[in-house]
Design a protein around this ligand. Structure first.
Ligand code: 8OZ
Length: 365
């Protein structure tokens, strides 16, 4: 049975271990969406992960929904990311970019000049908030996308993938979780369209499947993963029959030869009931390729999930914020640094690049 420290071929990429750095929004990019130089150091410090999945990164200006998140739609952004992929590769790591469009989870002040409403499948405002720079604010009521806008957004996913390739990423992950645009198309609480992108499960899955197809025109399918959160209620999500839509999604995506499914099973602090576990395992049963589990795992529970064959790799989020050398700490069964929630989103080096490694702690002692 594999351990967390065994290497793994995930699609086309060989990982040095099965401890994955989960995508983590940190709101520390320049205001134009170019990663700052301190992000080079942050990711370089974490190159010991089997795979780094970057923070969610908007594919175009309409895809932005929070202050100071990075993008992958301009030359400056590509250059900023290139420094990051070089640093991770020099450290022996692998790195995928997470392709993101927030859809309705945005505020008009974050959108391009003159644009008043974010995009969504249907004009249904979320009971949700976003951070606009000074405070948390209610998201802005969205407009239902026209077929033309759907088409051009899908085309932008392709351009974003091309940019990710130029920036030197080993692959990309399509963010179809947590109540953002793709998830909004999948679930019927947010998708009430009556055209070919809404209604039946086939129609609601169409947007994700078409995005996947354009991205695989750029990266090989084996360099592409996707992330789902079938039972997540974050960002005011829900579906009348999550098993039906998500089992269809995994079955369809299964045929595309992708590298992995990354499932956010549980949000920190929320318990998953036995009934919910059952639904998740049924959704997962259709999936025949690598599976990355995520959500509240520790070393022991992660190891257990590998041993019983449930998962192939485990993504850790908060532990990677506070422990750049998380893999080494797991290896030595060392104590972990505690993450400071006050510095998760926004700010500078504090709570970002200044968490010490074990080595540094020993030297300081
Ligand atoms: C926390 C804050 C803002 C965005 C997600 C991209 O949940 C996010 C996110 C998380 O996927």
């Amino acid at each position: 049975m594999p351990t967390l420290f065994d290497s793994f071929e995930i699609g086309a990429t060989t990982l040095q271990n099965r401890i994955i750095m989960a995508p983590l929004t940190r709101n520390r990019a320049h205001s134009d969406g170019t990663p700052k130089d301190m992000a080079v150091e942050y990711y370089r410090q974490r190159a010991g992960a089997g795979l780094i999945i970057t923070e969610a990164t908007q594919i175009n200006p309409m895809g932005k929904g929070y202050i100071d998140t990075p993008g992958i739609h301009s030359d400056a952004q590509v250059e900023g990311w290139k420094k990051i992929t070089d640093a991770v590769h020099e450290g022996g790591g692998k790195i995928f970019l997470q392709l993101w469009h927030v859809g309705r989870i945005s505020h008009h002040s974050l959108l391009p000049q003159g644009v008043e409403k974010p995009f969504a499948p249907s004009a249904i405002k979320a009971e949700a908030q976003t951070f606009t720079g000074t405070q948390m604010e209610a998201v802005t009521e969205p407009k239902a996308m026209s077929l033309e806008e759907i088409k051009s957004t899908i085309a932008d996913y392709k351009i974003a993938a091309e940019n990710a390739k130029k920036a030197g990423f080993d692959g990309v992950e399509i963010h179809a979780a947590n109540g953002y645009l793709i998830d909004q198309f999948l679930q019927d609480k947010t998708n009430q369209r009556d055209d070919t992108y809404g209604g039946s499960i086939e129609n609601r899955a169409r947007f994700l499947l078409e995005v996947t197809d354009v991205v695989t025109q750029v990266f090989d399918a084996g360099q592409l993963g996707f992330r789902l959160s079938p039972l997540g209620q974050f960002n005011d999500m829900g579906d009348s029959d999550p098993l039906a839509i998500f089992a269809y999604v995994t079955e369809q995506m299964n045929q595309k030869g992708l590298a992995y499914l990354h499932m956010m099973e549980q949000f920190p602090g929320m318990e998953t009931s036995a009934e919910e576990r059952e639904i998740l395992s049924k959704i997962k049963a259709n999936w025949k390729h690598a599976f990355i589990a995520n959500g509240g795992y520790e070393k022991a529970t992660g190891q257990q999930a590998l041993e019983n064959g449930y998962a192939d790799a485990i993504a850790y989020g908060r532990p990677f914020i506070a422990n750049p050398d998380l893999v080494e700490r797991f290896r030595q069964d060392a104590e972990l640094n505690e993450p400071d929630q006050d510095t998760f989103y926004g700010g500078g080096e504090e709570g970002y690049t200044d968490y010490p490694t074990l080595e540094e702690q020993k030297r300081a002692a």
